[in-house]
Design a protein around this ligand. Structure first.
Ligand code: PEP
Length: 261
């Protein structure tokens, strides 16, 4: 329901100095042809944020205003502001590197790092306190969907973020990513995705009011690709995409962006 779509590429634990440079260059060149009607962001691994941020800034200077700018996103952030948290990265540090968005609660972190709804909500609060926009990921497993619990699961995940102290729900981006669709090549049908997005929008409206809820971007993620993006992005409550595998191939990523124009 937001007017401008948001397309975010999640590179996960992929890339190298050379591969990142080639990918950013190819995306920049493609966007020069595509125009500026979509907001685009890429989320490289944290060790490459400074490199990719520098490349994006240089590309923007060259291209001027004639194309979409590409924002920098991070894949995770600490739930604490600073201190004895070895290996963690604070939101203020990301901000210093020019990061604008940060993914929190990706299902891979819920699964492999055991992140709870409470930790994810604390991360969203930290991100906002530092001036970043959290992209809060929600999604049910296949077992939960088969048990008829998909809506209940994602609504509980969203509610934990909305109710957390310090979180401004109106300044969130939400990403619905059914776990069974991530990296599997199996996408939610546009109707399945729209059903969940509409329920999340209603939940946001109950918490924030209709008008604020309309302005919260709700992204779909889960095997979105050049072949299925147009249909998904045409749905009323799908405001963009969080793209994994297809974000690593510039032609595919650009095709998805073109579908969002
Ligand atoms: C993701 O990791 O957020 C994702 C949606 O991955 P993929 O597009 O590969 O399913």
């Amino acid at each position: 329901m937001t007017t401008r779509k948001l397309i975010v590429g999640n590179w996960k634990m992929n890339g190298s100095l050379a591969a990142n440079a080639a990918l950013v260059q190819a995306i920049g060149q493609g966007l020069e042809r595509a125009g500026a009607a979509v907001t685009v962001a890429v989320a490289p691994p944290s060790v490459y944020l400074a490199q990719v941020g520098g490349l994006l800034a240089a590309g923007e200077e060259e291209a001027g205003q004639c194309r979409a700018t590409v924002a920098l996103a991070a894949q995770d952030v600490s739930a604490a502001p600073s201190g004895a948290y070895t290996g963690d990265i604070a939101a203020a540090m990301l901000r210093e590197l020019g990061v604008r968005y940060v993914i929190v609660g990706h299902s891979e972190r819920r699964k492999y790092q055991g992140e709870s709804n409470a930790v994810i909500a604390a991360k969203a609060a930290q991100a906002q306190a530092a001036g970043l926009t959290p992209i809060a990921c929600l999604g049910e497993t296949l077992e939960e969907r088969d048990a008829g619990r998909a809506l209940a699961v994602v609504q509980e995940q969203l509610q934990a973020v909305l109710e957390h102290e310090g979180v401004n729900g109106a300044a969130l981006v939400v990403a619905y990513e059914p776990v069974w669709a991530i990296g599997t090549g199996r996408t939610a049908s546009p109707e399945q995705a729209q059903e969940v997005h509409a329920a999340l929008r209603a939940q946001l409206a109950a918490a924030l009011g209709e008008s604020a809820a309309r302005h919260v971007a709700i992204l779909y993620g889960g095997s979105m690709n050049a072949g299925n993006a147009a249909e998904l992005l045409a749905k009323a409550d799908i405001d963009g995409g969080l793209i994994g595998g297809a974000a690593l191939k510039a032609p595919d990523f650009l095709e998805i962006i073109a579908c969002a124009q």
